[in-house]
Ligand binder design. Sequence first.
Ligand code: NAD
Length: 361
Amino acid sequence: MTAYNVTMIPGDGIGPEVAEATRRVLEATGVTFNWEYREIGLTALEKHGDLLPAETIESIKRNKIGIKGPTTTPIGEGFRSVNVGLRQELGLYANLRPGKTIKGVQSTFANVDLVIVRENLQGMYSGIEFDAGKPETAEVISTMNRLNKKQIDPAAAISIKVISEENTRQIARFAFDYARANKRKKVTIVHKANIMKFTDGLFLRVAQDVAAEYPDIESNDRIIDNMCMQLMQKPGEYDVMVMANLYGDIVSDLVAGMVGGLGVAPGGNIGHGVAVFEPIHGSAPSHAGKNEANPTAMILSGAMMLRHLGELDAAIRVEKAVEAVIGAGKDVTYDLRPDRDQTKAIGTDKMADALIAKIQA
Ligand code: NAD
């Protein structure tokens, strides 16, 4: 069996611990990997003087596949989010975030099975921002004030929301193709076209055009705020949802909460011939280095990677092991215990041991 070359980015905070657990669990399936360890974020800044080193990007481009732990992005201070940067550098236009109930995970909702397809490169996360008080910001504001009746305070900060027809068509096709390939019934287009008539209006119109190309998949649309309420009231009516960047970021955390929290929510970023899988959660600094973080989200991201590689059998074995171990409720990290008692919980490494034992049983 040939080994897969995969770029492994452990990240920082709890990243290295959940990444190590993931590596061990994925290897326990018998699929073999040549892991190329690379850095981004704070660890990369310390070592290479760059948050997003070229050699990390090159490694993923060469291997065409990567798996990544969370990275800390300091708020403000002119730091660009490395996650946004990585997705943009690699053209990872689709962010796939499934939210499925796992037996044994405590949650308010039962039988949730939703998939969020989030546009990853545009929307409010275009990365085009103008800081308050800067000369270039004044120039942008003065041009906008000249062209528009509505006047912007010259002291304001500006973030640009970008929605293009091409990118919307691309993400909508991804959502409908995903629905078809995974035997899902419906795609809901999520937007705020009633207020943002040009950007979200374009998103809705183009996504509806794409929907017409898929008569076998039911489709409808929901305004983002109503979508959130409907998810709380009747989640069973929804299936795949496609939406712009910021909405997808928020709704996927909401859905993660519905199925038991960030500790069990995986994700994947997919582009043309390249993909990077990563949990939804962040670097959870307060849990870092304590061997107490839940590795499930990154392990399930690893299962998504196995599916992407065509290793369906191995992916199913990982997913079934997760269900069995969490369902038994014994060998789990503190966040999966009903009492959340740290003293009775087991560590990240021991939870990985239990998963490995199940996979190899
Ligand atoms: P977070 O996801 O790190 O933590 C939120 C809460 O969820 C934590 O208090 C923790 O209790 C819990 N949690 C998250 N993952 C867990 C796990 N695996 N096991 C147990 N508990 C877990 O979100 P945050 O606190 O908003 O962000 C912290 C840092 O992470 C920030 O710098 C942020 O920018 C970054 N971040 C990175 C990514 C990424 O790399 N993809 C995603 C989100 C946030």
